[in-house]
Each structure stands twice: as C-alpha cells, then as structure tokens.
Ligand binder design. Structure first.
Ligand SMILES: [Zn+2]
Length: 267
C-alpha cells in the first residue's frame, strides 16, 4: 500500500485503515451512524457484516449493481437450461390444444386458491395498461398497441387461419387492478406456471409451430447490440460543409457497452 500510513490507528479496537480513492483515510469518524442516520455507502466496505450488506442493498437500486444483476441472471439462465433440457419440463411434444393448455397459460389464476401464482402473474405477466388509457405506453405505435393487446376472450385454445395459436382466455371475472384500471384475462402475457413460480420473473412462453420462428431466433442471435454512428463537427467551419467532408475521418463506429454487458464479459 502506497502513501503514508498512520498505524497508530490500527490498534486492534477498530477495523484496519484502508486506502480509498488513492488516499489513506484515517479516523473518518464513528463507524456507526447516529441514531437517526442511514448508513452510508463507503462505510459498508469496512463494516461488512450480513446486516451491513442488507443496508448496502437498501441504498442501492438494481441498476446500481450490474455485477449482482449479471450473476443472478447467469444463475437463473443455467438453472433454466437445465430445467428445459434435463429435468421434468416440456417432456411431451405439444400435438394438440389440451397439451398446449397444460404448458402455456394466458389467464389470471384464482386469488384465493392460488395466491402465490396470482401475485407473480400480477407482478410480471400483465401487459399494460396501454391503448386509450395510456397513449404514451412504450408499446403504442401509431395509436395502437404494437403487441395487439387486449386480446379477445376465448373459451378454448385454437388456431387462426394463419396457424397462430390463440390461447384460452375465458371471461372468468378475474382481474388485476393497476393504477385504478381493471385488467382481465385479455391482458395476460402467456406464461408457464411452473417456470413463473420458480424464477419469479417475466418469462413469456409461447407455442411455436412455424418456420418463421427460426428467422426470428436467428435475427436475435446475430443482430448484435444497438449501435449509433456519430460525427462531431463545428457547424460554422468549412470542414463541415458537404464538399469538404472527409467521410473516413468523420465516420465513427460508436459502440455502447452497458454495465451489465461489461460485467458479463468480465466474469
Ligand atoms: Zn400494449
């Protein structure tokens, strides 16, 4: 450790003094906050008991911890792949509507008989609200929901003329209220109850029977991340005029790596 260290502070009664941000920090005050103060971030590196980890997480939002997000995502991804490829899930080929119903659900469960699943559907699998109730919802394109919600009520799972599966959405009277708006079975994103209870996150499960889904998958695998082409120039200078523009010089292939993606590559 560089710098001058005052070892008189390390007398065994307190945690050792650390170098923070290139400086030796000594006796910065009480380690414990005053009764009405919330513990602060840098203290917690020093005083890292289970309790303080909880405090640290209380002060951090999900987007502050891309390291934890990426690790949890990786754990869930590994477990999900194991569930799908080695464990009990999706053992049968979905050859008829009844088998589809046994795997894919697009209905709100009964709150009294299935409270846990009800809560998960409420938190993760309800689309909206959008449409006239919320015209600025991200799904709205040209004043319509781009993902075609609300769907129609239907008593039985069936296929439309293009071969798309229309999942069972009975008019059961079940609804979930969000911001004062009642959202019923027409607003449920199709899910698998076992996966939803197990992973407690948004997992859309759909029946795929068309060769077009291969194109969809490959598009996602190969399209890469978002990019932007940017050029910085002075609008008043001659350089910026079209005739004098050095295209190679002004062309920048900019790339943005999100914190989660960066951490994902590191670990
Ligand atoms: Zn929508």
């Amino acid at each position: 450790m560089g710098g001058r260290i005052d070892n008189s502070a390390n007398d065994g009664r307190r945690p050792y003094v650390f170098r923070l941000h290139g400086q030796n920090m000594h006796l910065i005050g009480d380690l414990l906050p005053k009764a009405d103060e919330t513990p602060r971030f840098s203290q917690l590196y020093i005083y890292d008991t289970d309790n303080e980890v909880v405090n640290r997480m209380r002060n951090a939002r999900a987007q502050d911890r891309p390291d934890l997000l990426s690790r949890v995502f990786k754990i869930k991804l590994k477990a999900l792949m194991k569930d799908i490829t080695k464990e009990f899930l999706f053992e049968h080929k979905l050859t008829n509507e009844a088998l589809i119903d046994s795997v894919v659900c697009a209905e709100i469960p009964d709150q009294d008989s299935n409270p846990r699943l009800y809560e998960e559907v409420k938190t993760f699998m309800i689309h909206g609200h959008c449409g006239l109730d919320r015209k600025n919802s991200p799904c709205m394109v040209k004043s319509r929901c781009s993902t075609h919600f609300p769907k129609k009520f239907t008593d039985m799972t069936s296929f439309d003329e293009d071969g798309y599966c229309k999942y069972r959405r009975r008019d059961s009277g079940h609804f979930i209220e969000k911001s004062g708006i009642k959202l019923d079975n027409r607003f449920v994103v199709p899910y698998n109850p076992t996966l939803l209870l197990r992973y407690q996150t948004h997992i859309n499960v759909e029946f795929c029977n068309q060769s077009r889904s291969i194109k969809y998958l490959f598009k996602y695998v190969s399209k890469g991340h978002d990019k932007v082409t940017a050029a910085l120039c002075n609008p008043d200078s001659a350089e910026s005029s079209e005739e004098n523009c050095d295209e190679i010089k002004t062309y920048l292939d900019c790339r943005y790596i999100s914190p989660c993606e960066a951490v994902w590559r590191i670990f």
